[in-house]
Write a protein that binds this ligand. Structure first.
Ligand SMILES: NC(=O)C1=CN([C@@H]2O[C@H](COP(=O)(O)OP(=O)(O)OC[C@H]3O[C@@H](n4cnc5c(N)ncnc54)[C@H](O)[C@@H]3O)[C@@H](O)[C@H]2O)C=CC1
Ligand SMILES: N[C@@H](CC=O)C(=O)O
Length: 380
């Protein structure tokens, strides 16, 4: 086509477009966190496009059943469109679709809590995707998987960001990474790692309610894991400890963590529905724990990473329910706040403290969004 035949305004628009960097996003999981993230991206898209010359193009949205694909970008009415046009799929089809449409600067975003889905990470990376994940499972399977994934990322020159794996939207993983990489000797990380259990024990200590009432509230507000037992059995806190320990180059497996499980034995293996019907089974044991404390003490569920952290195998990882003075830092926690005390050699007896909302769809989605922007800066 002769350039003179193009209307001047069109030619200008095309030049404008060329200046922009397009990053193509495939979002897996659109429950509490995923749906919020999609809405946040779509809402911020125009501003980011003009301010940062960055075009965030969501080309795939999938859950456990269906996918919605559009190479030109999925828009604000995605829920309705997906309901009508979503199709059954296998994750590899998203890779095929990206290839077929020559999409570049690819990012897979994992907002599932699924352990099978993470097994697809390697084939996505080998096919040009970087990874952003709120799902912790990819970092907490065996060390073989952990190391192999990092090797594949390195070989393919791709990134994997997961700031929301610990402390939801709080800047924790990055802080630990930077301290460690800069040679700071981290000696202990301790605190309330779970936003959901923080909410539950803060409310339970504050009000004279039954444990089941508080637990039900936490589930309804979206603070807990999809199956709240993942929080209550201590696995979720354990995973966070493990993720931080591995950031410090400690060779630890999930099985190395000593975890106090808070779920009555009778409810550990029943179906999720049966569990939800039986929340009252928590009431008596927790009432006993509450009244058996010293005066002015409250219950807190804490994670503790300590030991000789300078040795690859020197760490002790512990998750336990403790009773602490009400006027201590842990005792004063409110809402769904998490609190992390990071002890290091240079900071001495006074730890670095990171505190704030440690659970909730909006703050977690914002943290995932932050990772996407951080990654986008590194793409061409
Ligand atoms: N809610 C919170 O405060 C925080 C959550 N997270 C993590 O965020 C992730 C998502 O949590 P929620 O949104 O609360 O969970 P959710 O249960 O509301 O949503 C999970 C989504 O994943 C989809 N899914 C499940 N298996 C899948 C598969 N194989 N392929 C594709 N999609 C699949 C489900 O269909 C659903 O759309 C979890 O890994 C959680 O640990 C992390 C930090 C804080
Ligand atoms: N269940 C988690 C949510 C985010 O990881 C928590 O309690 O912190």
């Amino acid at each position: 086509m002769n350039i003179e035949t193009i209307a001047p305004s069109k030619a200008l628009i095309d030049l404008e477009r060329i200046k922009k960097k397009r990053v193509n996003l495939a979002i897996f999981g659109h429950g509490n966190v995923g749906a919020k993230l999609i809405d946040q991206i779509i809402e911020a898209k125009t501003g980011i496009y003009s301010r940062r010359n960055l075009d965030l193009n969501i080309f795939a949205i999938a859950n456990s059943k269906t996918v919605l694909l559009n190479a030109d970008g999925i828009e604000a009415d995605w829920q309705d469109t997906k309901r009508h046009k979503g199709t059954d799929y296998a994750p590899e089809e998203v890779i095929g679709f990206a290839k077929q449409h020559n999409l570049e600067n690819l990012v897979l975003i994992d907002n599932t809590a699924n352990s099978t889905f993470v097994k697809h990470y390697t084939s996505f990376v080998e096919n040009g995707f970087s990874l952003v994940s709120s799902n912790k499972i990819g970092n907490t399977l065996g060390l073989n998987f952990y190391n192999e994934l990092r090797q594949i990322l390195k070989t393919n020159n791709k990134e994997y960001l997961y700031e929301t794996n610990v402390g939801a939207g709080l800047p924790l993983v990055d802080t630990i990474k930077l301290l460690h990489r800069s040679g700071e000797n981290i000696t202990r990380i301790k605190g309330v790692f779970s936003g959901s259990l923080s909410y539950i024990f803060n409310a339970y200590s504050e009000n004279n309610e039954q444990f089941s009432t508080v637990l039900r509230e936490a589930i309804c507000k979206g603070f807990t894991e999809p199956d709240a037992r993942e929080d209550l059995c201590g696995n979720d806190v354990g995973r966070k400890l493990l993720i931080l320990a591995r950031e410090l180059d400690l060779y630890v497996e999930f099985e190395d963590i000593a975890i106090e499980n808070l779920i009555p034995k009778s409810l550990r293996k029943v179906s999720k529905d049966r569990f939800l019907e039986s929340l009252a089974d928590f009431d008596v044991p927790f009432h006993i724990k509450r009244i058996n404390q010293k005066p002015d003490h409250v219950l807190r569920y804490i994670g503790d990473l300590r030991g000789d952290l300078s040795k690859h195998d020197g760490a002790i990882l512990e998750v336990a329910l403790v009773s602490v003075p009400k006027n201590s830092m842990l005792g004063q926690l409110k809402g769904s706040d998490s609190l992390f005390e990071i002890y290091t050699e240079s900071y001495g007896k006074n730890p670095i403290v990171i505190q704030g909302a440690g659970a909730g769809a909006a703050v977690t989605a914002r943290g995932v969004f932050g990772d996407i922007l951080r990654l986008s800066d590194k793409l061409n």
